[in-house]
Design a protein around this ligand. Structure first.
Ligand code: HEM
Ligand SMILES: *[C@@H]1O[C@H](CO)[C@@H](O)[C@H](O)[C@H]1NC(C)=O
Ligand SMILES: *[C@@H]1O[C@H](CO)[C@@H](O)[C@H](O)[C@H]1NC(C)=O
Ligand SMILES: *[C@@H]1O[C@H](CO)[C@@H](O)[C@H](O)[C@H]1NC(C)=O
Ligand SMILES: *[C@@H]1O[C@H](CO)[C@@H](O)[C@H](O)[C@H]1NC(C)=O
Length: 489
């Protein structure tokens, strides 16, 4: 009896190995399946995707295919060849994988989802005059959260907080109020409660995306999700089309597609994540680098001072005055070079051929995924950026103080020398809003607060390696600091 069972088991195992086997054909990229059946390299990938991909790059070069949890993922790591993927949005599809994640993370399915209509809507509301308007609402929200009436004694006391929590919380709440909080008197819109729940959700996000939640984490996840859905109310009032905010237009668009209220709430959580999930962490790294690099801090303060000396109070500095800030821009680019680590993932809809910059061609199979990881190259590539692990605030400045755009690899001038916003057809729609939110935040903090590290010798925390691939990185632990309002406020 036991022998039959064992025999059957072995037959099943061998069959499984044969069926799950796949071999490389000559024109395909090097194939590395890993030794564990089906899972392949999933464990290494999840633990520290950056380290894993760097190791594979050493072994196979700039393009290779790995097996990850039953899927075959072709990684492409040569920035000179990225356009082959970014420009082909027909064969290499952005939306399918996005929909898989929508279902896994947000329990959201939109059967008649029209991605191009949604993007057109977003473009309309996040550029031009609408953007100017959003920026000024954001500015008001940041200031009122930061300077919110405290008792006079309270103002003189130092307050202590972790820098990450301080930045994330402030930017999340201000951004949330700006994009989702048009109605002032709705008690359900308490942005602090939403922030607290959102942080729990955010902490579980990578595991949701990878399907690796433990049974207990699964329970926590569903209760946090439930809580967030109920906190996000749907305020949709009849308005003329030209007066509608982005959120109102978005909800109306969903209604027109026959999406019910339950799914609309879920879609709201997706939008909260897409619009708020990266800005706070980016601001943390930026302020942290300034606090631990006095030269950089002085340069940024000098630039801000030169803009605001004409106005009596920096609070009244018109937004357009904040536009010409080459030093700050370089600091932001350098910050994101070091900390923005998204995967640019596409699903292969038909068998296709990728042509690399060096003329080599590789066949790619339908059903696989193609993944770019600009963090490894260009961003951390020592051939492109000297001492790539170091924060150099003027890395993106020429000697004369103008913006530096000339970076080289293999003797070739690069089109993509840092890629925090993606590129091509699916480049981040909200980047201008994100940039001006971060700039406004840093400006307000530096002009209104005295801010210092609790331990002046502390250095930046390490990054949490489990988040490679999911946008802006987050720190392990936090950087303790204290702050109080400056005397004049
Ligand atoms: C520091 C902050 C941010 C970073 C680093 C960032 C990064 C990115 C990246 C890398 C992509 C491209 C993904 C791909 O090609 O696969 C993307 C797409 C997108 N981002 Fe952002 N983002 C940020 C903030 C924002 C904000 C504030 C908004 C909205 C107001 C936003 C809205 C979007 C949308 C809608 C897309 C999808 C574009 C499409 O469908 O083609 N992002 N973002
Ligand atoms: C999606 O929206 C675009 C732009 O609004 C429209 O041209 C297109 O016909 C729509 N596609 C579908 C399948 O509804
Ligand atoms: C690192 O990130 C993961 C996933 O977001 C999270 O579960 C874990 O608690 C984080 N670790 C630390 C030390 O912050
Ligand atoms: C920062 O990077 C973006 C591309 O991501 C570029 O458009 C911008 O001009 C850069 N600014 C500076 C000062 O390097
Ligand atoms: C795609 O390529 C694979 C592997 O080369 C092949 O087995 C398959 O038949 C091709 N499919 C189509 C539709 O050409």
């Amino acid at each position: 009896m036991i022998w039959t069972a064992l025999l059957l088991f072995h037959v099943a195992l061998i069959l499984f190995l044969i069926l799950s086997g796949r071999s490389r054909s000559k024109r395909e990229p090097p194939l590395d399946k890993g030794i564990i059946p089906w899972l392949g390299h999933a464990l290494d990938f999840g633990r520290d995707a950056s380290k894993f991909l760097a190791k594979m790059k050493m072994k196979h070069g700039d393009i290779f295919t790995v097996r990850v949890a039953g899927l075959y993922v072709t990684a492409l790591l040569d920035p000179n060849s990225y356009d082959a993927v970014l420009q082909d949005s027909v064969t290499l599809d952005f939306t399918r994988y996005a929909q898989v994640l929508m279902e896994r993370i947000f329990r959201l399915s939109l059967p008649s989802h029209n991605a191009s209509a949604e993007k057109a809507l977003m473009r309309r509301h996040f550029q031009g005059e609408s953007l100017t308007c959003l920026n000024s609402i954001m500015k008001g929200n940041l200031q009122s959260l930061l300077l919110r009436s405290e008792t006079p004694q309270d103002r003189e006391n130092w307050k202590q907080d972790g820098l990450f929590n301080f930045c994330y919380s402030l930017l999340f709440r201000a951004g949330y109020l700006t994009l989702f909080g048009a109605e002032k008197n709705n008690p359900n819109r308490d942005s602090s409660a939403i922030y607290e729940e959102f942080r729990k959700f955010d902490g579980l996000l990578t595991k949701m995306a990878r399907n690796t939640l433990s049974p207990e984490e699964k329970r926590t996840t569903s209760s946090v999700r439930q809580q967030l859905w109920s906190l996000l109310s749907l305020g949709l009032h009849g308005k003329k089309a030209e007066d509608m905010s982005w959120l109102q237009s978005y909800l109306q668009h969903l209604q027109e597609q026959g999406v019910d209220e339950e799914m609309q709430r879920r879609a709201m959580l997706l939008q909260v994540w897409a619009t708020q999930g990266n800005v706070g962490p980016a601001a943390f790294w930026l302020l942290g680098f300034l606090l631990t690099n006095p030269d950089a801090m002085n340069a940024v303060k000098m630039e801000f001072n030169s803009l605001s000396w004409q106005v009596d109070s920096p609070q009244h500095l018109p937004l357009d005055k904040l536009q010409n800030t080459p030093v700050f821009d370089s600091v932001l680019n350098e910050t994101l070079r070091l900390t923005a680590a998204p995967f640019i993932t596409r699903e292969v809809l038909h068998n296709t051929t990728l042509r690399m910059a060096d003329g080599q061609e590789y066949d790619i199979r339908r059903g696989d995924r193609v993944c770019l990881f600009p963090y490894l190259s260009p961003q951390m590539d020592p051939e492109i950026h000297k001492e790539p692990e170091k924060f150099k605030y003027d890395r993106f400045l020429n000697m004369d103080g103008s913006e530096k755009r000339d970076f080289y690899k293999g003797g070739k001038r690069l089109k993509y020398y840092t890629m925090p916003w993606g590129a091509g057809k699916n480049v981040c729609v909200g980047r201008h809003f994100a940039i001006s939110s971060i700039k406004q935040f840093v400006f307000t903090v530096l002009t209104c607060l005295d801010l210092e590290l609790c331990d002046p010798d502390s250095s930046m925390p390490k990054v949490n390696a489990s988040r490679y691939g999911f946008g802006v990185l987050q720190p392990m632990g936090d950087l303790q600091m204290r702050y109080k309002l400056k005397g004049t406020f």
